[in-house]
Design a protein around this ligand. Sequence first.
Ligand code: GUN
Length: 296
Amino acid sequence: MTAKLIDGTAIAKEVREAVGAEVAALVAAGYPPPGLATVLVGENPASEVYVGMKQRMCKKLGMESFSYTLPVDASQEEVEGLVKELNDNPAVNGILVQLPLPKHLDEEAVLRTISVEKDIDGFHPINIGRLAQKGREPLFVPCTPDGCMYLLEHSGVEFNGANAVVLGRSNIVGMPAALLLVKRNATVTICHSRTKNLPEVCRQADILIAAVGQVEIVKKDWVKPGAAVIDVGTHRIDDDTKEKGYYLTGDVAFDEVNEVAGWISPSPGGVGPMTIAMLMRNTVRAAKIAHGLIEV
Ligand code: GUN
């Protein structure tokens, strides 16, 4: 038996269409199009690609996109100064500072400068703090873990009382994914480089989220039969036999895990398109908050 495929590409398209309809409804009601500002510091080629994709998607969905690039040696004051200007600009509803920042910058201080109401990445300490606390809700949830949860929910995976294992404890994916799973009443284990008996721990999981950044580390014998597996990793592997000279893969050995899992979200074609869709959704939410259409 093979796993049910969780088709992130198709599900993300549905989310984007719903977001596009919300944008059209806002504009028809006389509101300005929601606006997303991206801030890129330095010349990281991968970050440039991601930021470009975010800007193009804004335009496609009828939203405004404002793009700022600062030099690699920009000072803390310059970066925070730009964020403060964007906080004060009513055409900007969401502010995204692309991570990672160059090492000399204090990332937390930059994220803390973003207005909580414009923090569409959900990385502001107040939003993350609320995510970590019982009975409190952040204004925004980080996009990649939010996309993982959406895929699981859409596929009918049960969270209540499930054993969930998150591989990786990054601020961007692993930790917020674990917090979201706890909020949905899963019993959560977070694994990292010091975890002992990793395959055995993973085998207990009804829900396994792989966000550890290691090529195809999750093998067939790491997965409980019937489990839901979400692959967050993306790796580019050089391969001269491919037309492009490379292929993309994830943290999960797809072909073999597909034989035992109940559900599987592949990489590529899973969480990647969801991340951008959730970012667009958060930006529309920020616009609605700004216009008093959602009470927070
Ligand atoms: N770098 C990698 N993923 C992300 C993300 O979701 N948001 C931001 N701001 N930076 C990232």
